[in-house]
Design a protein around this ligand. Structure first.
Ligand code: ZN
Length: 251
């Protein structure tokens, strides 16, 4: 080991051998237990970590229409929109963007968690207002989405706008959740719901594969994040991953 660098309160980066880097992060679990996450990678690992260190956290602004929420994610002066809500939601998105002191030109990315109509309903309006934005969804859901523009397929572990894509299939085959590691925020989509202060799994009435959906919740429970926002229900503002862990243990 040639160099060990502490890059966060609980994170270390080490240069191991020619071209190989290792990243150690201490994880805090419930009841004071701790564990470690170790990532190995090439030079890009160091670059990605360096980028993450200088990145602003994302702020999620909720665009709530009727029973479904879309999110305007603001990072500095740039925006990614996750889901678009019901049809005719474009003006509400515009108002939300304005409250952030920004305009449609700031919207570079539109991520769709899944193909259901209450999540992709205003995609046409959003893309018309933000002609420069790229649009992304899970490959398995793309055929179900009528889009005025080519949708870029994204898979587990990819990064868009500094957001980590987490494949959470089950609700739909190509369902995605989105994690902002810097802001410790998970955008859940419909992988779970949080209605009436109760965290629950994917709504069985609208779920393609319940067993797979439950597996996806267990996958999310292995991550650490403080905040979570949902397609249906109110945000969780602290200890969100602990709540997901509690739910996962019942599945
Ligand atoms: Zn849905």
């Amino acid at each position: 080991m040639r160099a060990l660098q502490q890059i966060g309160r609980r994170t270390w980066l080490a240069w191991m051998a020619a071209g190989t880097w290792a990243l150690w992060s201490e994880l805090a679990y419930e009841r004071g237990r701790t564990g470690w996450r170790i990532a190995l990678g090439g030079a890009d690992l160091a670059t990605r970590v360096a980028q993450a260190q200088t990145r602003d956290p994302v702020h999620a602004l909720r665009v709530l229409t009727d029973f479904v929420s879309a999110y305007v994610l603001v990072r500095g002066k740039d925006i990614a929109i996750v889901d678009t809500g019901l049809p005719n939601n474009g003006a509400t998105c515009a108002e939300t963007i304005t409250t952030a002191g920004l305009c449609w030109e700031a919207v570079g990315h539109v991520l769709l968690t899944h193909s259901h109509p209450d999540h992709v309903g205003s995609m046409g309006e959003v893309l018309a207002a933000a002609p420069q934005a790229r649009v992304y969804a899970g490959a398995e859901d793309i055929p179900q989405i009528k889009a005025p523009r080519t949708i870029t397929p994204v898979t587990d572990g990819e990064e868009v706008f500094g957001l980590r894509i987490i494949a959470t299939p089950g609700h739909t085959p190509g369902h995605l959740s989105v994690l902002d590691p810097v802001g410790s925020l998970l955008v859940v989509g419909d992988a779970m719901g949080h209605l009436n202060h109760r965290l629950s799994g994917s709504n069985p009435q609208y779920t393609a594969d319940m067993a797979q959906a439950n597996q996806s919740i267990k996958k999310l429970a292995a991550l650490t994040f403080a905040k979570a926002v949902f397609g249906h229900g109110d945000p969780i503002d602290q200890d969100a991953s602990a709540a997901v862990g509690t739910l996962a243990r019942t599945l």
